[in-house]
Design a protein around this ligand. Sequence first.
Ligand code: NA7
Length: 550
Amino acid sequence: MQTTTSDSKSRLPVAARVDAVVVGAGFAGLYAVHRLRKQGMTVLGIDAASDVGGTWYWNRYPGARCDVPSLNYSYTWSEEVRREWRWSEKYATQPEILRYIQFVADKFDLRTDYLFDTRVTAADFDEDAGTWYVKTSAGDRIEARYVLLATGNLSVPNYPKVPGLGDFAGPVYHTGKWPHQKVDFRGKRVGVIGTGSSGVQAIPIIAEEAEELLVFQRTPNFSVPAHNGPLTDEDHLRFEADLPKFRKSLENFGRVPSSAYSAPVPSDEEQRARYNHLWENGGESFLVAFPNLLTSQEVNDGAAAFVREKIRTIVKDPATARALSATTSPFGVKRVCVDTNYFATFNRPNVKLVNLRQEPIETITHNGLMTSTGRYEFDELVIATGYDAMTGAILAMDIQGRDGRKLRDEWAAGPQSYLGLMVHGFPNLFTITGPGSPSVIGNVLLHGEHHVDYVLRLIEHAAGKQEPTIDVTAEAQDKWVAHVAAVADKTLFPIANSWYLGANIPGKPRVFMPYVGEGYRTKCAEIAALGYVGFCFNETPVLSDSAKSA
Ligand code: NA7
């Protein structure tokens, strides 16, 4: 379907019928549009942003980078793109990643099938017609057989629930909704709330520019050095040669390998040597130092102690070093930050760490904030408090499936799904990298590609029927949800108050959402080989009691 990319405010509402609606113009959404079109279907993509990019459209804060190496964080589906694109650095910056996405969108002319500046507000399934009615903020009403939600796992900004936020007189920037024009911090006193990956990336850069930087930290995070650097043609060629091996490794990828449970506890010397080596190399591979790093408290304690020791050697003031050292959760079970000069930044005379565990924020004021024991003044405020992750963007839409069941009710006690891809009673609706799939664990871009490919195969399998519908059985869904929880429960992941569990959002059910087990792709392939067991094609599954677990 051809549309214009005009501003929603100045265009007339669209009423159209297409084969598929794709919500989101990030990596997964764009690939979905491309694949569906190639399959000969009419497609309409919809995104709230003014252009392609997804998370990389919004996250323009200083220092924003991907913490997965660029060569891995690239589409694998196009030989041409891989041949023509060169990454300049091991970990690409946000502007470079956005240029890459724009390059792909241009090359495959993907924007022509998108409505931008438009938010999907609701989707209702009409059982008789086998059709979804998708409604938008601009008054569009689109009929579609299939709906693919490629809404991203980290796309709904979370604002701190502190009084007085609206009273602050200066500019307030959320890292996940950063302005398009450069923010100039020169000569400014800046406050930053939040020290997750976004804060850890932004703080060193802001510190170089601002006159004074106050970092308000509630919980310190583990961070490992990136050791970023330029990429050469040889690096690209080497990666290209290793690509088949890399692809193969994805089949069995899982954050926690099955060998974790029988692996021995390595000796102290062995651990030290390995951690030293990985610290020198940099990056997330620190997380896979040993198969049982995320299952054995004893092994994990060694890694945590090693990182804390590194912090003590980098940060000169012992009290600040202590405050920056994570102690309340195991290493790696909250997303590990990958940084450039983060800890060393606290040696700068213009940077001060405020430990909110000792003095919680009481209120934001017109020129700063007050904690239980102090008053701090600053001119500009950066909020790096993360996202309503995994489910936030999906539940922001009012989605109604078979029998009038609302997704918000079905997920009231936590997300339910089969393979993190489909929800029982919501036929032809696909959650790309949805909760219950590996999604944010590892490389979300490649998990998105895999999901889109799988959806296309499901659609192909259903094709030929008059009014194809694809659903999943309640039994398959219940088993999968139990399996996702059981795998997580055997690890250290559920201990931490992380966004993986929704613990960062007050009132959100505490349920571990990503699939951390091994061999997700292999499982999906086996299910397909068995005739897509657990899915039902062109038949209404026996509907479970709606929202029975709420
Ligand atoms: P994160 O990882 O959720 O980090 C948010 C940070 O904000 C974290 O340090 C929080 O402390 C802090 N926070 C949240 N609410 C408050 C309040 N009310 N007061 C003080 N501090 C608060 O989000 P990011 O954007 O950094 O990273 C998200 C992901 O994006 C990242 O993992 C990468 O995958 C990319 P807390 O730990 O809750 O005490």
